[in-house]
Design a protein around this ligand. Structure first.
Ligand SMILES: Nc1ncnc2c1ncn2[C@@H]1O[C@H](COP(=O)(O)OP(=O)(O)OP(=O)(O)O)[C@@H](O)[C@H]1O
Length: 312
């Protein structure tokens, strides 16, 4: 549904995009993550036609989005990071406007607005001016403007910023429903647990390009998780070879202290078997598998290509 190749965009001496490539299939939710300034918003602007890249290509539903931006734009529902609503218009008026832009009219449009209001918990505020809404409500109205008309490509930039747990859940449900109907969703966030909730594939941006792409399982394979345990009162001490990997955990390595030992481990079941074989008798055991935070940390610790070449 979306295929971007080798996008480059310079702002003065800054390469906001530096060979940014990304593919997105129908029905896929991809989490676009990366540090501030990695190029995520610039990429979304390039796909929506707000920014013209210096080079590279963007295809949306097979259309060349750089040559035919208006036609491509009709296939895209975008909720940018910056709120872009008319403060004096009501939420319903905004949705009428966006609905009309994608060709909805009359009763069909009214029905979609009512349904979106219910879905995103906005029914009570649909007839209020958006300038008078809370930040979280405005963000949901903005998300609704992206969802109206069921576009096949959704670009949602931090749609849950400022959302409380109830409205966050409603937004995530709405995203899942659209993907289940076949929409491709690019979901930018700094809040990694959401991507687990959405069962999203991941695209990690760094210095203007994607440096890792795949399922969460693929990208976290081989990363260390943790074996966490407490040693019982009559336990043998933790074997020497685990002590260095338990350093800094704050746990006690002798039995009976009650402190939690955290052993960095790429194969926690095997390490647990070795600990038990050494006569340790844990009173509690927990295995923490590597998660998105571990992935983020491991990628942050690896210099990107331009940084590496600068450092060389
Ligand atoms: N209009 C602009 N003029 C000048 N520089 C820009 C402009 N837009 C983006 N940049 C620069 O391009 C780089 C990428 O910015 P971008 O907003 O795409 O990052 P981001 O990954 O979306 O960051 P964040 O997580 O903070 O939203 C940054 O160094 C930014 O300062």
């Amino acid at each position: 549904m979306l295929s971007a190749r080798a996008l480059v965009k310079h702002y003065g001496g800054t390469a906001a995009l530096d060979g940014f490539s990304l593919d997105l299939a129908p029905g896929e939710i991809a989490g676009l993550i990366g540090h501030n300034g990695a190029g995520k918003s610039t990429f979304v602007e390039a796909v929506t036609g707000l920014t013209l890249p210096d080079s590279g290509t963007v295809a949306v539903g097979g259309l060349d989005a750089l040559r035919a931006p208006r036609r491509a734009r009709r296939l895209i529902g975008a909720a940018p990071q910056e709120i872009a609503l008319y403060p004096s218009a009501t939420a319903r008026e905004q949705l009428r406007l966006f609905g009309a832009l994608v060709g909805l009219r009359g009763a069909v449009l009214s029905k979609q607005i009512t349904a979106l209001g219910e879905e995103l918990l906005l029914t009570e505020v649909l007839d209020r001016q958006t300038g008078l809404l809370s930040g979280g409500q405005r963000r949901r109205v903005q998300a609704a403007t992206a969802l109206i008309g069921d576009p096949p490509l959704l670009l949602l930039d931090e749609p849950t910023a400022g959302a409380d747990p109830e409205t966050r859940a409603a937004l995530l449900d709405a995203v899942r429903t659209r993907a289940a109907r076949g929409a491709a969703v690019l979901y930018t966030t700094h809040y990694l647990p959401e991507l687990t909730d959405l069962d999203a594939t991941l695209a990690v941006a760094r210095a203007g390009r994607i440096i890792a792409r795949g399922s969460r399982a693929e990208l976290t394979r081989g990363l260390p998780g943790e074996l966490r345990l407490r040693l019982g009162a009559d336990s043998a001490p933790l074997p020497e070879r685990f002590r260095a990997r338990a350093a800094g955990s704050g746990g006690e390595i002798a039995g009976g202290s009650g402190g939690e030992i955290r052993i960095s481990s790429t194969d926690a079941p095997a390490d647990l078997a070795a600990v038990l074989a050494a006569g340790c008798t844990p009173s509690t055991v927990d295995i923490r598998r590597p998660d998105l935070d571990d992935l983020y940390r491991s990628l942050a610790a690896t210099p990107s290509a331009p940084e590496a070449s600068r450092a060389a």
